[in-house]
Design a protein around this ligand. Structure first.
Ligand SMILES: *[C@@H]1O[C@H](CO)[C@@H](O)[C@H](O)[C@H]1NC(C)=O
Ligand SMILES: *[C@@H]1O[C@H](CO)[C@@H](O)[C@H](O)[C@H]1NC(C)=O
Ligand SMILES: *[C@@H]1O[C@H](CO)[C@@H](O)[C@H](O)[C@H]1NC(C)=O
Ligand SMILES: *[C@@H]1O[C@H](CO)[C@@H](O)[C@H](O)[C@H]1NC(C)=O
Length: 258
């Protein structure tokens, strides 16, 4: 089953207090949403999201409003427009200097698969905000088969090209010209105190919300990226008992501006 659908069903179930008779699943029309249906924005949205329109991009990103960090991040630069919103699921990597008994973990990049949640950001921000913690508890989905549902909803990949350069690659075989870009951290803000600290409620903390700016001199199709509604990803406070390099599971929304 499509990974994002699993996350969405769980999020809708959590978001809309459901009467006992409500069931989640697929119907004969291929709608995996709710039967019997109930008047609710979420269910209505679910149907629209599954329809060809949403998949083909008929949703109004200008309606989407970024969630605001407890200490707000700076706004996008004048003239930039929101172009894409992705849900990222992957790992934050860290290294530890094992020869130093007082060493602390040092960030060593990240690797995440990005999924297209642009229409959800435009139409149902409440639902979007619930996806990161749910995605964190699901395995990292991966498929290079262009006919698989996972590949179909994949925006692309996020990784690091060196220790301080975050790269976003939204070009896949299905959409070869959505664009790419190299970014540097420009600003950071602690995640809300009640944010998910790790998988299944256990972990060392939530990575901060970030603003990233295009790296100087880079040929980018995107100019600014925000990492928001983070879940997990933080390393232990010290290197005691840690490996020389390790990964911490995380999930986050990425908002890309052009
Ligand atoms: C996927 O992203 C594009 C923008 O890059 C957007 O136009 C389209 O509506 C999105 N599809 C969904 C299902 O969110
Ligand atoms: C981060 O943003 C805040 C608020 O806009 C600003 O006061 C601060 O100087 C910024 N920090 C950096 C490192 O740019
Ligand atoms: C050991 O780690 C601490 C904490 O990061 C650091 O301040 C100190 O300089 C390190 N010592 C050496 C010898 O690298
Ligand atoms: C981070 O983890 C991924 C997944 O195992 C790995 O492919 C990558 O090389 C790691 N990156 C670093 C900088 O250690």
């Amino acid at each position: 089953m499509l990974w994002l659908q699993v996350a969405l069903v769980a999020a809708v179930a959590a978001a809309a207090p459901a009467p006992a008779e409500k069931r989640w699943g697929g119907d004969h029309g291929g709608h995996w949403w709710a039967t019997p249906s109930q008047t609710s924005d979420y269910i209505d949205f679910g149907k629209r999201w599954r329809s060809r329109d949403a998949v083909n991009g008929v949703c109004d990103l200008s309606k989407a409003q970024m969630p605001v960090a407890p200490t707000p991040l700076p706004s996008p630069a004048a003239g930039l427009v929101l172009s894409h919103v992705a849900l990222g699921r992957g790992t934050q990597n860290y290294t530890c200097d094992l020869s130093n008994s007082t060493a602390v973990p040092v960030a060593a990049g990240a690797l995440a698969t990005l999924f297209n949640v642009s229409c959800i950001a435009a139409d149902l921000p409440d639902l979007l905000s619930k996806l990161s913690p749910i995605a964190l508890d699901l395995p990292i989905p991966s498929s290079s088969d262009t006919s698989s549902p996972v590949y179909n909803s994949m925006s692309g990949r996020h990784y690091f090209t060196d220790l301080t350069t975050a790269f976003f690659n939204l070009d896949t075989e299905l959409h070869p010209s959505w664009g790419q870009g190299s970014f540097k951290k420009a600003n950071s803000s602690a995640a809300p105190a009640d944010a998910t600290k790790g998988q299944f409620g256990k972990g060392d903390g939530t990575v901060p919300w970030l603003k990233l700016n295009a790296k100087m001199g880079a040929v980018n199709q995107y100019q600014e990226v925000y990492r928001l509604n983070t879940a997990g990803g933080q390393p232990p406070k010290t290197c005691k008992g840690a490996a020389a390099s390790f990964e911490v599971q995380y999930s986050a929304e990425y908002w890309l501006y052009k």
